[in-house]
Design a protein. Sequence first.
Length: 483
Amino acid sequence: MFIGLDLGTSGLRGLLVDGAGTPVGSADAAYGVAHPHKGWSEQDPQSWTQALEVVMAGLRDSFPDAFAAVQGIGISGHMHGATLLNTNGDVLRPCILWNDTRSYVEAAALDAMPMFRSLTGNIVFPGFTAPKLQWVAKHEPDIFKQIAKVLLPKDYMSYWLTGAYSADMSDSAGTSWLDVGARDWSDDLLEATGLSRSQMPTLFEGSQVVGTLRSDLASDYGLPIGVQVVAGGGDNAVAACGVGAMSEGTGFVSLGTSGVLLAGRDGFTPMADSAVHTFCHAVPDQWYQMGVVLAATDSLNWLSGVAGQTPAQLTDELGTKLRAPTSLQFYPYLSGERTPHNDSAVRAGFVGLDVATTRADMTQAVLQGVSFALRDSLEALRSTGAKLESVLAIGGGAQSDYWVEMLATVLNLPLELPEQGDFGAALGAARLAICGVTSAAFAEVMTKPPVAKVIAPNAALLAEYQMRYDHFRSSFPVWKSLQ
């Protein structure tokens, strides 16, 4: 048996699988995010370890025999977070999360140094880790002086479990300190931010064993002595492992809190100016690229809160037959914009509200706006040479056939819906543990899930959605100028 842990922004999920990767059961625990100032987003790492106790207890109590046979643990986690430790391994301050935008000035300064894009293959975004450390150095110098290790969120979990300071290539690629092509820390990039290699964890590939579960935790959790922990990976890379999106031509679109369009790549082919992320995959000698919309289902959740209806109630009002696109335009930049404009300051809004506008019209506009932003990501990916002929649709938003058909029409790509089951990052983490502990071949373990159905683009509405997308894309500069 193996456990995959998915450390999300709002909660931890644990998935128990057998040696063939078949899910046996799961457990979840929630925690909160603090926003002490505008643009800030922080989390106490202790909330992760407390959630881990809850998840382990849930798995142990519900599946005692399977739990007692666990041999390995893999971890997925939200990327870019800065968890700062002193020489004793104590946390110095709350973790600054991926969606924290306070370091936009520092990010711009680092991005202006040509070596950052040339070595990392990426723009230095405000959400990345390096500019966060520059902010700490400037605004919290006493804390900066005490930093002995900088860990990403899931690597703090790994440290808690094993006592080892480790990191994997996929997660580390989002720090702006990794030479992504060489898959190694860059001493030059570290020096530019006042840090050194000694303050970084040891690098591993995602399936490599980084240590053994601490004996005291094994006793507390009720796990066998000698359980091995693998390096794991960043959430999107590990989700790709869970759905078999590993190589050229494979990919997925995720309608989660954020929206992601990901393409597996067989080589390192960055194009930083596109604002596409080019990162190491969680397995050796593979990379992936992705475009990101920071508020996907978050946009629908926002409308849900304003309208006093659940997201499902809002989408149910649209019916089951895909409507023609509305002229009401929604720009889904509630938390800023990532791909392709790299603008942390731009914000969301409606254009074209009318006295006759209904709640259903606004819901249609929100779904359209997110879909158009994902089309922006597809065009950016294509500019790097990535080719996607069909993709899996995952995430909470993919439960809406209406939204999936709209997105398929906007992308002009068939979208495959996997059979109901535990897919994504938790499964991918468990798969990495299977490969690391048993030496199973990646190709045999990282397989595509069975497809329940394929939703094709709506041919009758392709031209209309294309016209509205063209307007959305061309009007961005005007929308930006109004803010």
